[in-house]
Structures are given as structure tokens and as C-alpha cells.
Design a protein. Sequence first.
Length: 353
Amino acid sequence: MSIKTDVVIIGAGPVGLFQVFELGLQGLKAHLIDALPQPGGQCSELYPDKPIFDIPAVPECTGQELVDKLMQQISPFGAELHLEQTVDTLEKRGDDDFRLTTSAGLEFECRAVIIAAGAGSFTPVRVRVGGIDRFEGDQLKYRVRNPDQHAGRDVIILGGGDSALDWAIQLASRARTLTLINRTERLRAAEATVNLFQSLCDEEPERVRMLLGQATGFGERDGRLSELQITLRDEQKSVQTLPVDDLLVFFGLSPKLGPIEDWGLALERKLVTIDLATFESSVPGIYAIGDINTYAGKKKLILSGFHEAAMAAFAIKQRFEPDKKVHLQYTTTSPLMHERLGVDAAGGERAPA
Ligand code: FAD
């Protein structure tokens, strides 16, 4: 049986979540679908504990705190979340008539589709050392969930970008030893971050250090990953063996657009091109917001995605009601907005459920 709704949002990252809010203000119902087991996209998957400083009027919050706040903000609109499934097919059957199916066998019928799929169903770039995959999830990790889990342990971080350096700095004080391994001397992280890590290495060279090379083998004891072999970038290509409890890999994400590539949308370097006034793609009724879209001057920032969500919601409302003018209404003063938000018009308090 099909689930019928006004709009299906593909991707429950921060931008997809905020889209629920903007559609809700327009009186439109939405369902959200995401491949991950939790909402929040990159924020909850890649940096739940890291602080974000550039959300307007929120001087500082972690990735997870932002997601929690968004979930709270969209709660009046009761959008259903369908997690751990990818949208595999999207078919346009007529004007304002779309059918989507997911990998979990759900089927949706809706009047418009919003693609808020970020980098696609992103997967971290894996470390290529034969047989090491079997330690994944336990000792081999592609994200840090709880920094304290690494306290007192021999931690090796592979990679030389922002995530690798940021985590190296955060874990250096907790780990027994921390070794960052990068292929080259060039670190692709903010200068201040690189300098800070370098100073930590200088302060405690026996405990915190960086090696140039790559992981080429491993050893195990009692079924546990116990050591990592590093082929160094010296002339002899010598091999150094390091003890390891936790191997953290930050080689970046491989952007896998996946099925979205086959939906007949105009793309530019694997990103969906849109009309800047509406955020509609080349297929009428399908919109693209957040990291998945591209236009002149696009900045892949959460705040850009929030703006795009508002624009798309207005455009969809106008598409559904072409003969009516869609008026901009302030949430501060509009009784209609208060009604949709379920707040008391006089005091702004949330009405009891
Ligand atoms: P995403 O967060 O990528 O979410 C997209 C979701 O779509 C994912 O959950 C994915 O599983 C899902 N999806 C994709 N394809 C499918 C499919 N076919 N079916 C079902 N689900 C699908 N930005 C800032 O503004 N400030 C910062 O300080 C900041 N710090 C960052 C730090 C790091 C380490 C990183 C990696 C990024 C940072 N960013 C920051 C960037 C920010 O996280 C992204 O701009 C933002 O997450 C984009 O949101 P989104 O909702 O468009 O996409």
C-alpha cells in the first residue's frame, strides 16, 4: 500500500529536517526518508560532538545538539521519518504526481519531491589493507561516537584533512599514545589546527606524533587488532610496526549519488542544477536543496541550505495553488502561523497537546 502525502523529502540531514518546518508553515505535510539509522546527516554521522559556530543566533552547539534542536522545532508538524532505507526509484507519473520506492519496500505517492541528499548516500573511503575490514565497528572506525572510549588506548589516526587533525587534537589528551599517519607532509586542514597539532607533538614527542607513510599490514592477537604496519615514506620504504587499540580512518567521504543519478535530472559534476528562484531541478516538481545542489556562488553550509528550504517551500506552495498569491507571513504575528505551529497566539506558548 502506498503512503500518500504532499511532499517526500529524500535525506534527513539538517537541511531536509528544516525543510519539514518550512513546508509545515505553508500547511504542507511531508515524509522524510534517510539511508542512515538516525536523522541529522553529516552532523550526527560525522561530527556529533564537534562544535558548530556559524548557525545564526546559536553561538555554539555540537552537531548532535543542532539535530536535536531541529527535531524539536519540526515536532509540531508530525512528519514521519523512515530510516535505514534509500530511495531507489523515483517516477514522475504526471503533473504533481510522483511515485517513490525505497530499499525497505515502502512506496510513496506525493505531489512534489525534495532532494536533500547531501553528498548522496555517503560512505567513508575505506582503508585498503587486505583483511582489516573484519575489525570494523569495534577497533577500526570511520567516525568517533564517544571520545572517552579512546581514553588510555593506543590510537592511530589515518588521514591528513580537517577531520583527522581535529580528532587527533581532541583525542591526544585522552589516548595513551596518538599517532597520525599521512601519506605526505602536506596536511589539508586549517593552518591553526595544523599548528596546534604540531605543538602537541613537540610537547610530548613520545606520546603524540606524526609519521609519513601508509598502512600496509596488520597483526592480531586473540582475534583483536594489535599492531599496524606502516610503510614509511623514506628512501628505503622501511616498515615500522606500531601497537594499536583503535584505528580511526578519515580519508573523506566518497560521494555516491547512487540512484539519484538515474532520475533524469540535469546534473553538473554530480550535483543537481536548480532554478535559483525556486530551487526546482530540471524536472518540474522535483526540488534540490542543501549540499546536493549547485549554482553560481553556492556555499555548502547549513545556513545556505536553510534559506534554500524556505525558498523551495514557497515555490511548492505556489505550484500547488497557482491561482493564489502565496503571502509571506511572520511567525511572530500571523495567527495562521501560530495555528500551524500549535502555539498560543497571545503568549506564544505551545498549546498543550
Ligand atoms: P547531509 O547532511 O549530507 O544529509 C544528507 C542525507 O541524505 C544523509 O543523511 C544521507 O544518508 C541521505 N541520503 C542521501 N541519498 C539518499 C537516498 N537515495 N535515500 C535516502 N537517503 C539518502 N557546515 C556549516 O555550516 N558549519 C560548520 O561548522 C560545518 N562543519 C562541518 C564539519 C565537518 C567535519 C563536515 C564533514 C561538514 C561540516 N559542515 C559544516 C557542512 C555541513 O555538515 C553540510 O553542509 C550539511 O550537513 C549539509 O546538509 P544536507 O542536509 O544538505 O546534507
